[in-house]
Design a protein. Structure first.
Length: 136
């Protein structure tokens, strides 16, 4: 006897309140802002995964904020002050990103140019060494 077909119930991976989601995103952004800070001289420690994670968190917060119904002050629930606080912090983080990402981009482009120059130098050195080896 086979069991009857029971539809599979898929639960979301995270069941969090919007304020908790924004709190998590803000915590991530706080550390990301420190890590990506323009006064850091080493851009070699920044990876593509860092930007992917940053984008993922920004999209997560955006989806959370878009899912919030507009509420009047009179109809605001208990969570409203927490969401407002986290939203303001999120906005502050976005403004910080807006101001220093162009500098970070310039530093990353300079690093790429430096690496390309070093790669060209190594290729020329290897070609010279190979040519010297053939003449000996």
């Amino acid at each position: 006897m086979t069991p009857p077909d029971i539809p599979e119930v898929v639960l979301p991976v995270e069941i969090l309140r919007p304020a908790e989601i924004l709190c998590q995103v803000n915590e991530y952004l706080r550390f990301a802002l420190i890590r990506l800070r323009p006064d850091q001289k080493q851009t070699s420690t920044i990876t593509p995964q860092d930007f992917s994670d940053l984008l993922s968190q920004l999209l997560r917060a955006g989806q959370c904020l878009r899912s919030q119904p507009p509420q009047s002050k009179a109809a605001a629930g208990v969570e409203s002050p927490a969401i407002e606080k986290e939203s303001l912090e999120y906005r502050t983080h976005l403004e910080e990103l807006y101001h220093f990402l162009p500098d970070l981009q310039a530093r990353l482009l300079a690093e790429r140019s430096r690496l390309e120059l070093a790669q060209a130098h190594l290729a020329a050195t290897a070609a010279w060494a190979l040519a010297s080896k053939k003449t000996i």
